[in-house]
Design a binder for this molecule. Sequence first.
Ligand SMILES: Nc1ncnc2c1ncn2[C@@H]1O[C@H](COP(=O)(O)OP(=O)(O)OP(=O)(O)O)[C@@H](O)[C@H]1O
Length: 703
Amino acid sequence: MTEPDAGTVTPPGGLLVAGPWAAADAPDEEHTPVAVDQAPAVELDGRPWEVPPDRRPVVAPWVRDVRQLRRVAWWAAGEALHPVAFHAARLPLYTGRLAAGSPRGAARSAATVARWALDAGGAERLGDVDRKDTPAYLALSAQRDARLRRRLPLVGVSLLAGGIGDAVLYTKEPTVFGLTTAAGVLALGAVGRRRDRPLLDSPTTVSGRAPKLTSDIVERALAHCGLPADIAKKITANGLEWVAPIAIDGPGWRAEFDLPYGVTVAEVAEHRDKLASGLRRPLGAVWPEPESDAHPGRMVLWVGKDTLAKSKAPAWPLLNRGQADIFAPLPFGFDQRLRPVSVPLIFDSILIGAMPRYGKTMALRVLLLGAALDPSVLLYIYELKGTGDLSSPGEQVAHRYASGAGNATLAACMDGLREVHAELERRADIIRGLPKSVCPENKVTPELSRRPGSGLAPILFSIDECQELFSSKEHKDEATELAVAIMKRGPALGIILALATQRPSRDSLPLDISANIGIRLCLRVAGHVENNMILGTGMSARGVQAYTFTRRDKGIAYLAGVEDDPIVVRGAYLDAPAAERVADRARAIRAAAGLLTGHAAGEVVERDEDTPFAFLADAVQVAEDRTHLAVLAGRLADGWPERYTTAAGEPWTAQQIGAQLRTAGVEVEPQMWATGTKGTATNAVGVTRDAIRQAIAARSGQA
Ligand SMILES: Nc1ncnc2c1ncn2[C@@H]1O[C@H](COP(=O)(O)OP(=O)(O)OP(=O)(O)O)[C@@H](O)[C@H]1O
């Protein structure tokens, strides 16, 4: 065979196919054209027996999996037996209902028999006939008379026979009489049942049972989901090309099909709400996804029996036991089908964004707890809201930890950024000096990072509410410069940046930062601008729209940068006590390995004005015997605006003051009768001056 020229393609099977660009003067036998839309006799990518088989398993995998098979058997038995038991238990109720309906049934039956016996239909027809049309009138009248003559005696005889029969039965066979009478009453009850009240109760609740997904339902929904009219018409006329039968997949159904030519999954995803309407399912249960391995028109539609927000969350795998490895993806949550989702943080950076109260801090907390369970990771945790949401793992294991809404925490965060920025040079020097056999790709390896004294321990640097830092007049330029450098050079050196923000805008999230982030987690946001700021340009046009999440979708997000396409994920939810337990475990693991450092090891890196002691000293000056936290917040902000106001100039909230007091060991009373911010006595969360004094005394004793 001759060497192929520029105009020919040699597929693996060896068949030469001439392209339109083939040289015009090449010998004929070398480029006999092959019509490409003809079914090729030989597969272009190999002879049939050379192509890896694309066969579906003879026995479905779930049948071979004993555990799944057992679950299916239990489920099927439950499905079959539950309605039987349900209705059996209600037999007396149903009997009562029938008995109650029997008088109505008797009246209905009597009316029906009377109408028949008196030929009510014939009478109506007779009334409709023009009396002047004598022959027709006479014919109908004669017909009716004949019917009455036949029917009335028949009814009379039947009634008489029935009555006599009953009387005989009653005297001779009272049991049979009782049974037949009961059957008659029930039958009359069935005749007399009201159409708006079904006799039998439904063994399932209407909202709890999603209708089974069928190809007809999917095709009808797609034809009405807002695609162009000609496409919709095609779907209605020809249906879809089904790749596999609709199957149960986790707690829902999976439908896989090819959309009409030229239509992409993104176009359908844009109309997800209309698709959900067509499927008659809640929005949170309808998830169209592309099957990227095939082509952009191959769609996998997963329709849940419940919305993601309502589905029962599997526990976080590291909740009660186990360690993590930062070089492997960290367990984070699960997707719509309740499959686990992990986030590979190493060699990357992550941005988490959402409207307030939709789960940013919880998402960050799960990742930090995961990283905390790898004892080699140095955690830098800065929580700029001041509510102490990240105090676990911050207090127990962080190398650097600060929480607060004031300038002191911003300054501590800047110190941390400078420290880690300096690490870039130090680490680059170490790596440059290592032989290729130890560090083949000029980046930190698991072995290197865990080698004692290597100075290459992975660092996870996290800032919650990072907009406070990036919009602060004093720090924003330096903070942006340092963060961008860390984000660009840090990953190869084992440094990960994790940022969370509730205000993704150009002012509070510099473009340089949002453009360089690798992994993006977007919980519910207000609109497409915020959506694209967090997930990346053009995402909302591709149908990745975190603003379609509803009020209930807390903790649910689009996660981009982990798979080829963004995926929907619900983060594991660890409340404060659970987080504390995990962080305590992480601390114990680190202590056993001799890896407690910095803040967790008791090293004091706080600035003078940032210590709990300084805070208590300020608080005791402005507190009364009994003071509401809101009042205390106002007085602290008036007395020391540089310490107790946010970057935006707002006084700290009562919640933030409460968090600081608790951190400093002061007991806060949830209900205290004292003068409120409006000058009148009221009940609100407060603190006594004695409690503050006691905490100061305790701390002085410690010192
Ligand atoms: N994964 C989750 N599963 C279920 N509920 C969650 C989840 N994550 C968060 N929530 C709920 O949302 C609430 C707010 O979460 P979180 O404090 O993380 O929000 P946030 O966006 O950080 O709020 P803020 O903007 O005030 O800082 C939590 O108290 C919890 O009730």
